[in-house]
Design a protein around this ligand. Structure first.
Ligand code: ASP
Length: 434
């Protein structure tokens, strides 16, 4: 019997071993200077951070070439507009459902009601959150080169779409350029595969470092808040997304979740939707069967503006902090939270920890003490990892729904469990990569 291991399985194993080793170091190696200096802040940190850089390295060129191919693949500006409006509508709808769910569950569970000593626990001075008007103005890049250099996704997406539309309008010249973009895209996809080969190692070190720093014990005092967020994340993941996938995309939700596995692992270990774009894009096209013309557009856009998990954290956090400070929220304040958290999630960049900073904007609007954020900072890293999984799943869900509506979903790929999974088959004498 040939022994088969997919790269995803290897990454999954690496993740679990990393998590266990990190937790062990946290429990027994906290005071051992050698372990802290050479392992946690040495080897783990260097390789983990280098791996995240390698993922980030892929994002800008991949999104650029892929999006040009996507827009040119759609070929018609009015279809593009329709896809764009549908994407935006679905992103906002799923986020609003997420936050409403979060407020409902949190109001039921009532996390933070018996929390003592809020004042003495919190000495957090929040960084200023950007005003929401800036978020909109900044979609248009004053300088595209700067946008590319800084990796500002929303600006890059805006510029590339305008550029690709102009390509469509310039006939032959544009067509030749589109062909080159396709070739470049293919090469970039290969670069993704090369980086993925190192993923088991990268993921191991990322997990080991995170969990050697974040002991599970830290979670205990915050267990009410922590579990309320997790309940909502699970409900949205298995409830809302599965329903949408079954009803609107007419796909099997179990198969969908299975096929999303590698994107989930990357989202969890990097806590960054942005860094997960290359993997989510590959999963959408090769595993879920979505045409590049749709995925290339919705996945990067979703990673930038669609954050259901973040909105959930913000909803629960609002109720939690209101309870801790014994502030009663009125119905209209709840409605403001829904609106603000939806906007905040659009303005949240897909990188670790930003959701917490944007929370300041929500708190400001409803008049909650912003320094309350200091209370939940300690447990945020683990929740960040979990909510990023939800964020990328939301992007893929919307992608599938739109692809279904645009006749851009290949069911034979979706229904084939092996489609797109890179497999290594170990033969007695040689190792062949498929
Ligand atoms: N880490 C999240 C993401 O990248 C954003 C956040 O909630 O902080 O999707």
């Amino acid at each position: 019997m040939p022994h088969k291991t997919t790269i995803t399985t290897k990454i999954l194993i690496a993740m679990v071993i990393g998590l266990l080793s990190g937790s062990l170091i946290n429990a027994f190696g906290q005071d051992v200077a050698v372990i802290q200096t050479y392992l946690v802040n040495g080897l783990f940190y260097i390789i983990g951070a280098a791996f995240v850089n390698a993922l980030k390295m892929l994002v800008v060129p991949l999104v650029t070439f892929s999006l040009i191919c996507g827009v040119c693949g759609i070929g018609d500006v009015s279809v593009l507009g329709r896809v764009g409006i549908k994407a935006l509508g679905l992103f906002i709808l799923t986020t609003a459902i997420a936050i409403t769910l979060a407020l409902g569950v949190a109001a039921l569970i009532g996390p933070g009601k018996d929390f003592a000593n809020a004042q003495s626990l919190s000495d957090f001075t929040p960084p200023p959150a950007p005003p929401i008007t800036e978020v909109f103005i900044n979609i248009v890049p004053g300088n595209p080169v700067q946008a590319f250099a800084e990796g500002n996704m929303l600006q890059i997406i805006f510029f590339v779409i305008v550029f690709a539309i102009a390509m469509l309008m310039t006939g032959d010249v544009g067509r030749q350029l589109a062909q080159s973009a396709e070739k470049l895209n293919e090469v970039m996809m290969k670069v993704v595969t090369l980086v993925m080969d190192f993923a088991p190692i990268g993921v191991f070190f990322l997990m080991a470092r995170t969990f050697s720093e974040q002991g599970i014990g830290l979670v205990m005092p915050m267990i009410g808040y922590f579990s309320a967020v997790i309940v909502c994340l699970l409900l949205h993941f298995f409830g809302t997304f599965s329903l949408l996938i079954a009803l609107m995309a007419k796909l099997n939700p179990v198969m969908f979740i299975q096929k999303m596995r590698s994107a989930h692992i990357f989202a969890f270990s990097t806590a960054s939707s942005n860094a997960t774009i290359p993997i989510n894009l590959q999963v959408a096209e090769k595993r879920l069967g979505v045409d590049n013309s749709i995925a290339a557009f919705t996945i990067p856009l979703g990673a930038t503006i669609n954050m259901d998990g973040t909105a959930i954290m913000q909803g629960v956090a609002t109720v939690f902090i209101a309870n801790v400070y014994a502030i009663d929220l009125s119905l209209s304040q709840y409605v403001i939270v829904i609106g603000m958290a939806t906007l905040a999630s659009i303005g949240t960049a897909g990188v670790p920890g930003v959701g917490l900073i944007m929370l300041a904007m929500v708190f400001n609007q409803v008049g909650l003490p912003v320094e309350g954020i200091g209370l939940i900072m300690g447990v945020d890293r683990v929740l960040d990892m979990l909510r990023t999984v939800l964020n990328v799943t939301g992007d893929a869900t919307v992608t599938c729904i739109i692809a279904r509506g645009e006749n851009a979903l290949d069911d034979s790929i979706f229904n084939d469990p092996e489609a797109g999974s890179v497999t290594e088959i170990e033969l007695p004498h040689k190792k062949a990569r498929l």
